[in-house]
Design a protein around this ligand. Structure first.
Ligand code: PLP
Length: 304
């Protein structure tokens, strides 16, 4: 199955990813256990959910005989970085279609992508919004020819199937899982791999992203033909929206780092973890419950 990614990369992967328990008086007071699923440690350049989402996409692209991957993302996209890295490891050329205008010098994310051989091209914001339209894709095919298209954030049926493998790495005593939500691909997959008694709570980092429920159901339909698993989204922890932060969130992040020597990625994981602690201290979970927080990426990504 994994013929597409054997080259160079599989030997370096840390799978199953480590599971570590956190000790904290807030958890003890609520009578719950919290374990971190450290997917950020799977690989330094293709961390966490990005590895899980790209794994079967790479295999499919290889099976179909493509030598080039093309994908979409913002200028700080972790998915763009991960696609550049996995392409370099697995012998694909890569094209990153970036939202907005080119800004030189490139920021560290895009500089890193270029250092891994990715070619960048830019779409203005209104064209970018139409990136799944026939017209935009036809224009890209004219320019770059024979590429395997991976959607923004990598989220498609292959991504969902890759993420669905995660819960099997956990023990059945886990009651509730938490994950941050960008496009929803990770949640769609992880939910599909749950045991019947397990609940997955997703924390969107976008403001007012009520379209996500539908998109997640669509992804599950594409992969499995039905909505799967028990999951829900908590929409009140976006802190102003994507890549927005507040002093309250920063304080939480600093405090978490001081207690647990782990700097959380602030765009995604800090908001998810804030939500988890907020729900725990509100008494949302029964005493004796075991929670797992999925850590998909870390606060310090490698630079070029
Ligand atoms: C990409 C990313 C997410 C969001 O994943 P989706 O599948 O798009 O919802 C969450 N956390 C981290 C660290 C990420 O890099």
């Amino acid at each position: 199955m994994l013929a597409g990614v054997e080259d160079g990369l599989t030997a370096e992967l840390r799978l199953p990813s480590p599971l570590v328990e956190l000790d904290d008086e807030r958890l003890r007071a609520a009578g719950v256990r919290l374990l971190l699923k450290r997917d950020d440690l799977i690989h330094p350049e293709v961390p966490g959910n990005k590895w899980r989402k790209l794994k079967y996409n790479i295999a499919t692209a290889r099976e179909l005989g493509f030598g080039m991957l093309l994908t979409f993302g913002g200028a700080y996209s972790n998915h763009i970085r991960a696609t550049a890295a996995i392409g370099a490891y697995c012998g694909f050329s890569t094209i990153g279609v970036i939202r907005g205008e080119e800004h030189l010098p490139l920021n560290p994310s895009l500089r890193y992508a270029v250092s891994r051989g990715m070619r960048l091209t830019y779409l203005d914001r209104s064209t970018y919004r139409e990136k799944t339209s026939d017209a935009v894709i036809r224009a890209l095919r004219q320019e770059f020819e024979d590429f395997y298209l991976i959607p923004e954030g990598g989220s498609n049926a292959d991504a969902v199937r890759g993420c669905a493998e995660l819960p099997a790495e956990l023990d059945e005593s886990v009651d509730v899982l938490f994950c941050a939500v960008g496009t929803g691909g990770t949640l769609a997959g992880v939910a599909a791999g749950l045991q019947p008694n397990q609940l997955l709570i997703g924390v969107p980092v976008l403001k007012g992203a009520t379209f996500l429920e539908d998109e997640i159901v669509t992804l599950q339909n594409e992969a499995y033909g039905a909505r799967t698993g028990t999951w829900r989204l908590e929409h009140n922890y976006h802190f102003g929206g994507y890549a927005k932060r507040t002093p309250e969130l920063d304080k939480f992040l600093d405090d978490f780092e001081a207690r647990h020597a782990l700097r959380l990625d602030w765009v995604y994981e800090a908001k998810m973890m804030y939500a988890l602690y907020d729900q725990v201290t509100r008494g949302t979970f029964r005493r004796g419950a075991t929670l797992v927080a999925l850590i998909s990426g870390s606060g310090n990504a490698p630079e070029a």
